[in-house]
Ligand binder design. Sequence first.
Ligand code: PLP
Length: 402
Amino acid sequence: MTVKYDLVKNDISKREKTDISFLNEDVAKKVLKYHSSFEQYTETPLVELKELAKYLGLNDIFIKDESYRFGLNAFKVLGGSFTIGQYIANKLGKDIDDLPYETLISDEVKKQLGEITFITATDGNHGRGVAWTAEQLKQKAIVYMPKGSALERRDKIRAHGATCEITDWNYDDTVRYCNELAEKNGYVMVQDTSWPGYEELPRWIMQGYMTMAYEAYLKLQKENKKPTHIFLQAGVGSLASGVTGFFSSVYSDNKPIITIVEPENAACLYKTAKADDGQLHPVTGEMNTIMAGLACGEPITIGYPVLNANAENFLSIPEETAAYGMRVLGNPLKGDERVISGESGAATAGVVAQVMKLEELKNIKEALKLDENSVVLLFSTEGDTYFDGYRDIVWNGSYPNK
Ligand SMILES: Cc1ncc(COP(=O)(O)O)c(C=O)c1O
């Protein structure tokens, strides 16, 4: 087997501190309170893969299984739902603490708000979250998807009553198109990335994702465990920076080693970290990857500083690593629980499993400081959101290790 990763080391001891107070525990508490007011809320499982850890030569592995999130098979709804809640709170001049789900759907609030149309561009998971939230809150959603998006994902978005179409453009151009429509028609753009002049809502999206991190943190606290290593998959890096900011804040005395993982065809954060010249470095073109949720070429402007100050490693990985992670999680060792994890969800598990076992990745294992004392925390951010693709990889063995 020959697997090749590219790693950029980031010496965070030399970085200037950035403000991560918007990602601290108080904020996380507020966000969790909001999310737990939804009827569909349940905490997602934090699965301990003891046997896998033993087999790989690690102390422990915990993986948060976001396929159980609100019945939507992915974590993404956490960003859109909190953002829409916070937007409505601001519009009504209220604190979101006073706007639980029950109040949000009340006739009185609906009358005050009138009809709002939320618009977004998405590979699927984010759009489904926005469409779901709009449906819950009896508002409208319009979703555009980049070229090549799975029809199955489009249909799942339409099932929540949203207008949804697939465009002829890549993700970043689709975002630009939605933004133009929003400006022209007075729609509210709920995008899971930021750019100069569009930063308030993406900050709420990052905060929304903290629910996933906070639940994991509380569970680990209960079990008296603390991660030494956290691996986070990234598209634009909104999820990665939200979670990095949170854990860097709650574990400020003894920060875990944080590694950002991207597909090699869409590794914009890796490219930015490698250049290390104070600029963001986009990846352009079609960014073909099975990790659809990670196929983003433009780093999130408000998130990258959080990563630059707190994440020690930026890793670019091949397609086969994600497929390997899906198979490892889907076929657990006896005694471990199964995690059904899609291409973007399993990328980090693939990294950990390959790095610990493959001779050719020994130098990466050493650079990541993984050993028998390591307690690894992972986030399986989606289940089998692309049903046929999942089976093709896990059952038919597509994308085998070379
Ligand atoms: C399943 C999944 N994981 C991870 C990500 C990456 O999130 P971000 O674009 O914030 O980096 C996405 C984004 O859509 C996703 O759908």
